[in-house]
Design a protein around this ligand. Structure first.
Ligand SMILES: NC(=O)c1ccc[n+]([C@@H]2O[C@H](COP(=O)([O-])OP(=O)(O)OC[C@H]3O[C@@H](n4cnc5c(N)ncnc54)[C@H](O)[C@@H]3O)[C@@H](O)[C@H]2O)c1
Ligand SMILES: O=C(O)CC[C@@H](O)C(=O)O
Length: 393
């Protein structure tokens, strides 16, 4: 029986992927085999030694101590693209909140609750509406920073709205590059992208390299009256620099999913409570993907969409009574050789195997014809550089 600890509300559609005859799921366990979470801030000391894998039902994983997990041989999985459509749709709304006097108009109308005369109200509204006039998005330039799952969808939608789109992404993967429309102007200098954009939207992860990336230096390149959208992460933006830019009028609006005390009440700050991925569909997609990936890892050792381990998939050999070993080790020479010679000394035959590495970690799946006894597993675990050994069955 596998025990899965949930640290946030995870959509039932996802949890249903974990059959209850072999999975126990609860929000409290002393020795869970796996953790499923969303935005819960996980600290190293909160990860029990029993944990084999962590599934993040979502894209961003800055709430998980990934380096610590790598040291412990724990793969962390996320769900790339599973909530991209939800964020894209909210960006459409953010763009029009930026371009038109929608919020201001709604606020004004809400002040008219004392009026009882309909025709008089219509007359007043027709007179006042010029105060809420805006501009059209068509013909304006949107600068997209980060052209992955969300950024590429936002870029396509903006093109279909008649906007010009420029994109900046120095870390773009080959797969993501294939998805991009040739109508997106690729810019390799972020200051140049900012200086040409009427709207700028952030769709990149928070990493050491991107923390506070949008700072006073970068904002000094803004077009007068530009609008900044942040549905990526609070930490990418230096909030005090944004407040200064709003107060000076250089930045007309900051529309963001990450409210902070400094921003509340600042003119031009339009804030939502981290609801970018809060749709039934996105929550289900993320939960299903996270649960499937965790299940395949727990039951077969396979790794898909891990943010710290190499991707690896070893099919079970049909008709073969083999058992599987999953072994993580530091990415240094000789370890695999030592593991294989322990198996050979025990007369245990390797039926199939795969070995891959990513940065400082290496991961192996080894199918053998006989289940190695506890003493052999212990011998392997004691090889210098081996992080963990698991007999999957
Ligand atoms: N508001 C929400 O609820 C919500 C929902 C989903 C995702 N997000 C955030 O959005 C981020 C992006 O999500 P995604 O699904 O598009 O991820 P993704 O991994 O598909 O795309 C991220 C892109 O950012 C690029 N990137 C990395 N470093 C960069 C840099 N220095 N400058 C420019 N681009 C850079 C990457 O190359 C990649 O193409 C997530 O990491 C998460 O923080 C927020
Ligand atoms: O789980 C959520 O509600 C938010 C997820 C979102 O921030 C993400 O990074 O995918």
């Amino acid at each position: 029986m596998y025990k899965v600890l949930t640290l946030n509300q995870i959509s039932l559609k996802g949890l249903d992927r974990l059959p209850r005859d072999s999975y126990e799921i609860a929000s409290e366990f002393s020795s869970p085999d796996a953790v499923l979470l969303r935005s819960h801030k996980l600290k190293p000391e909160d990860i029990p030694a029993s944990v084999l894998g962590i599934g993040r039902a979502g894209a961003g994983y800055n709430n998980i101590p990934v380096d610590y997990c790598t040291e412990q041989g724990i793969p962390v999985f996320n769900t790339p693209g599973a909530n991209a459509n939800a964020v894209k749709e909210l960006i459409v709304s953010a763009l029009t909140l930026g371009s038109r006097g929608i919020l201001e108009g709604i606020e004004y109308v809400s002040t008219l609750s004392d009026m009882t005369d309909g025709p008089e109200m219509s007359k007043l509204l027709e007179k006042e509406k010029k105060r809420f006039k805006g501009n059209e998005l068509a013909g304006k330039t949107l600068g997209v920073i980060g052209l992955g799952a969300i950024g590429s969808m936002v870029a396509d939608t903006a093109l279909s709205l008649g906007m010009n789109v420029a994109g900046y992404d120095p870390a773009l993967s080959v797969d993501a590059a294939w998805r991009l429309s040739s109508d997106i102007k690729k810019v390799d200098n972020i200051a140049s992208l900012v200086s040409r954009s009427d709207y700028i939207t952030l769709h990149l992860p928070v990493l050491d390299a991107t923390r506070n990336m949008v700072n006073s230096d970068l904002l000094s390149n803004l077009k007068e009256g530009a609008i900044l959208l942040n549905f990526a992460r609070e930490e990418i933006v230096d909030t005090s620099a944004v407040v200064t830019a709003l107060e000076s009028g250089k930045l007309a609006k900051y529309i963001a999913d990450f409210p902070s005390p400094e921003l509340i009440g600042v003119r031009g700050a339009v804030l939502t409570p981290h609801i970018g991925a809060s749709t039934d569909e996105a929550e289900e997609n993320c939960a299903v993907m996270a649960a499937n990936q965790l299940k395949d890892f727990l039951e077969n050792g396979n790794i898909k969409n891990s943010v710290n381990f190499p991707p690896l998939n070893l099919e079970r050999t049909p008709g073969c009574e083999s058992v599987r070993l999953s072994i993580s080790n530091r990415n240094v020479p000789k370890i695999l050789g030592n593991i294989l010679s322990i198996l050979a000394d025990e007369n245990i035959n390797v039926v199939d195997m795969l070995n891959k590495s990513r940065d400082e970690i290496a991961y192996n799946l080894i199918d053998v014809d006989t289940a190695p006894p506890e003493s052999v597993l212990k011998q392997m675990a004691e090889i210098e550089g081996v992080v963990n050994v698991r007999l999957i069955g």
